[in-house]
Design a protein around this ligand. Sequence first.
Ligand SMILES: [Zn+2]
Length: 290
Amino acid sequence: MSMSKDQLEDVFCPTCGKDEERKLIFSRTDGISFYNCLKCNIEYASPRLKEKSLLDLYEGDGWRDKSYYENWTYENWKKEKGKDYYLVQENINLVKRFLKSGSSILDVGCDIGLTVKALEESGYYSEGVEVSTIGSKIAAEKTGIKVHNMKLEKYQPNIIFDGVFLLNVLEHLYDPIQLLKECGDNIKQGGYIFLHVPHHKGLGTQYKKYLHKKGIKHDYRHFGFPAHIYAFDKKSLTEMLDKAGFEAIHFESWSNILTRGKVNVFNYFLVQLIKKFSLSDYIVCVAKKI
Ligand SMILES: [Zn+2]
């Protein structure tokens, strides 16, 4: 991908809005750099693509293999434990620790609605919001959930929810605090938001950063740019959530072994260790609306 100067913009830390206390982590040959705000601990891309240029890149749903979903059914996905099956189970297990059956959960960025459907099957009331037209069409017609094909700011629900899921969304957003506030508007006081985001303190990520520092790797590809413009850790999530009216109360992380359903007696304790000490390259955060 080539990027022209007028497609790019320089930005400050998304949490504190400043740039004087930042450390350059890596500079790519195409002009993209990655910084760490020393105050907020968030890692962010700057310059980055302007929002319109990134949306043009996505071109709606060009990345999705539509033919794959022609014969796809939720029941088969469940029976065959298809893509993301074990990840969805972890989402459900997480919710069960904080909200009892019968509670209501809104899944913001619900994609094809797998988590919403699994929540319903576990006795929760759930709806999804999804900006992708094709994603929400599959969610409604194939998965069979209640989905709203719109941005969260346009969504006008009849109820206020006990919890909101925001899974793999925050790292893509040009105004993450604004979206967190909008999520908060849909949550009861004392309710929860559940986040899943890239983790720059993950062991794999730290190792790749070390290879870049030593000059062995050169592209900083693990960051997921241009789709991902931030990476988080406990501190950066805590700071950002605080600005949006939430208190971060719990962190954990799910190893690939867990999300691919490969847990056995030999790796069980390793999986638990990774979970407890948040060692993998994505981090899970639960925060309470205050
Ligand atoms: Zn900052």
